[in-house]
Design a binder for this molecule. Sequence first.
Ligand code: ZN
Length: 72
Amino acid sequence: MFDLSKEKIDVKCDCGRKHIATLQDAINRKTIKCSCGTNIQLNDNNRSARKGVNDINKVFRDLENTFKKLGK
Ligand SMILES: [Zn+2]
């Protein structure tokens, strides 16, 4: 089964470093420690998380379209 919570999201620090978290981390409001000393508080309203979900929704739509085509 496709597990949405394991979907990876990009979290960008103010210093420009990129961190990889999962949607589950965002839902759990996990804090990511950047090597620049900044603590990045994740939350499920995070723009990155929402972008990830949108990407996944797009993937599902594409899949659905593919199946529709196959069904013809
Ligand atoms: Zn940083």
